[in-house]
Design a protein around this ligand. Structure first.
Ligand code: FRU
Length: 599
């Protein structure tokens, strides 16, 4: 029952042009119905802007369409005392719109600060916004998802919350690029729905077989990998995570297709692949299984990875599993990937990426991988169960998966550059989290074992301006301006060098005992106590014992990505200096080349 008075709040009138009728000024009033506040909007604008206060609990904001199935509802940390920022919530397009707000005390300031608007200002407000790493204009981002290539566009989808810069309301955000460096952010491609949040997954370009053109792909008996021709579409799989269901049913795999380059998706409807009762069952990664001449899917299922097969991308049969007892255990396996890499003089190497959280050697989340063989049915690991191989030795490399259908046949991965230990506490507000740079993966042998290395993609290297060669007398002045840099140098075993800024904030690199260590304990803002731990890469094991190692350091606004000996050892770490590191000092380093990056 309605209990309190209504408030009339008008925002700026939308005046018609000379020959149009003036439109009724958009306005809204609030009405209380028990535990719900209804916001009744007349002549809706495009958005209602919602004030957010990040440390408050989530309220529920629902676009009430009169039909429960179509209602759009999101969890938003609506401001109770002060406002950190606003987020836009899309209104319906009729004469009126009704928003219901639940789980919010009557006295919360948000109720007095709602704004109607046709625009939302996305211009950058963050000092730490990187120059060439992808960030969403606003909102929260985690895992990269569904990356693929079609008709000149690399697609990056990602775990996205458009209603606040902390995790929640998972959508698939979407950006496109011709080079995996300059991204154009588009509207989110797949929104949270009644089947649940849209968790991580993958995409592959698919097509109907000859003779079946015109069939609804959701009804086709057979679907094949696309070949870049007319009629190809993006087939995507994601996990529908529905917290309202019992735990064994909470995570199921859902199918959606896009025939317009990922701008819009048609969902199959109800999820198509259920768990066999396991608690965690998510992050489906599609691949084409040559040996079985059908689609393959690898899904994380508690402590193992399960393989499924399908002819039509809709009906899936269980094939096998791998992982129980392997690597860092017992841990939650997440975000799998599965592909082969050429290996000189040997059979192609199959690689399974398993992202684990927690369990990373330096705390929190990290990307583990296994190398082995695959007969189309079963993955056989080269190593003993206790062997652990990390793709990256920094603390800010997680949920790394690769692009499908890459036109040059390269295997290119992109990591989320963060760690679940502190991802929600990083010192930006307008948006939170960034991706790492795109890296080409390669297999190599060191000692008696096979490893996977990562090197910056050629597109990235092509942006390097001719290098300045420097000799280190009392240190090098890097740059006065706030520019991203790439530094190449050789580092002798048993030495260390430092990148520092005028405030005395610094990052220290040390080569000793077969390791290269990066110390960010005094690197600038230290967001949480889990952040500053030293990370080290076993360079002697990966690159062979050497007197000196070649390092390439890519420095952006708040990150350092280090590639040792062409990417055999890689380390990705965030840093938050108050001003750029502008000096390089140390002993035992030579052949120093400093390159600016032409973005
Ligand atoms: C990994 C992960 C995935 C899940 C997603 C939810 O970071 O936990 O397993 O699908 O994030 O946002």
């Amino acid at each position: 029952m309605k209990t309190t008075c209504s408030i009339l709040l008008a925002s700026a009138a939308l005046l018609g042009t000379a020959c149009q009728q003036p439109k009724e000024a958009p306005s809204f009033r609030l009405e209380n119905y028990g535990d719900t506040v209804a916001v009744l909007v007349t002549s809706p604008t495009k958005y209602i802007l919602l004030p957010v206060q990040e440390d408050q609990p989530e309220a529920v904001v629902r676009l009430n369409t009169g039909n429960e199935v179509e209602d759009v509802w999101m969890d938003v940390r609506l401001a109770r005392d002060t406002v950190d920022y606003y987020v836009p919530f899309k209104l319906g397009e009729g004469q009126t719109a009704r928003i219901d707000i639940l789980n919010l005390p009557q006295e919360a300031v948000a109720l007095n600060l709602l704004q109607l608007s046709d625009t939302f200002d996305k211009s950058n407000r963050e000092y730490y916004r990187p120059a060439y790493h992808f960030t969403p204009a606003y909102g929260w981002m985690n895992d990269p998802n569904g990356m693929t290539y079609l008709n000149g566009e690399y697609h990056l989808f990602y775990q996205y919350n458009p209603y606040g810069s902390k995790w929640g309301n998972m959508h698939w955000g979407h950006a496109v690029s011709s080079d995996m460096i300059h991204w154009t952010e588009l509207d989110p491609a797949i929104a949270r729905d009644n089947y649940g949040q849209i968790f991580s997954g993958s995409s592959y370009i698919a097509r109907l077989p000859k003779g079946a053109e015109g069939t609804d792909p959701f009804k086709a008996d057979i679907l094949l990998p696309g070949n870049g021709t007319e009629g190809d579409f993006i087939a995507s799989y994601y996990t529908s995570d529905n917290g309202k269901l019992e735990r064994a049913l909470q995570e199921q795999q859902s199918f959606a297709i896009s025939t317009d380059g990922g701008r819009t998706y048609r969902k199959y409807g109800a999820p198509v692949l259920k768990s066999d009762g396991r608690r965690d069952f998510r992050d489906p990664k599609l691949f084409w299984n040559e040996q079985r001449n059908e689609w393959g899917m690898i899904v994380s299922a508690d402590n193992e990875m399960q393989f499924y097969g399908s002819k039509n991308l809709r009906d899936w049969t269980y094939v096998s599993a791998f992982g129980d007892g392997y690597g860092v255990q017992p841990r939650q396996f997440e975000c799998p990937d599965f592909f082969s890499l050429p290996l000189e003089g040997q059979k192609d190497k199959w690689v399974m990426i398993v992202n684990v959280n927690p369990g990373f050697w330096f705390g929190g989340s990290g990307s583990e991988y296994f190398t082995g063989s695959f007969d189309g049915n079963q993955f056989k690991c080269d190593n003993k169960k206790e062997t652990v191989k990390w793709l990256d030795w920094g603390k800010d490399h997680y949920a790394a998966v690769t692009f499908s259908c890459e036109p040059q046949g390269r295997v290119i991965s992109m990591p989320w550059m963060s760690n679940w230990q502190y991802a929600n506490d990083l010192p930006t507000r307008q948006y939170r989290s960034q991706m790492g740079m795109a890296r080409e993966l390669f297999a190599f042998v060191s000692g008696n074992d096979t490893y996977v290395g990562q090197r910056p993609v050629a597109e990235m290297l092509s942006l390097l301006k001719p290098a300045q060669t420097e000799t280190l007398a009392n240190g090098i002045q890097l740059t006065e301006a706030d520019k991203p840099l790439c530094i190449d140098l050789d580092m002798k075993n048993g030495t260390s060098f430092t990148l520092a800024n005028p405030e005395g904030e610094k990052v220290v690199f040390t080569a000793a005992e077969g390791r290269i260590t990066m110390n960010r304990q005094q690197s600038g803002i230290i967001p949480t106590q889990d952040f500053p731990v030293d990370t080290w890469a076993p360079v002697a094991q990966l690159c062979g014992k050497q007197d000196s190692y070649h390092l390439q350091l890519w420095i952006d606004k708040c990150s350092i990505e280090m590639f040792v000996d062409g990417g055999k050892a890689v380390m990705t770490n965030l840093v938050y200096p108050h001003s750029p590191y502008n000096t390089l000092k140390g002993e035992g380093i030579s052949n120093i080349k400093v390159s600016e990056i032409a973005l």
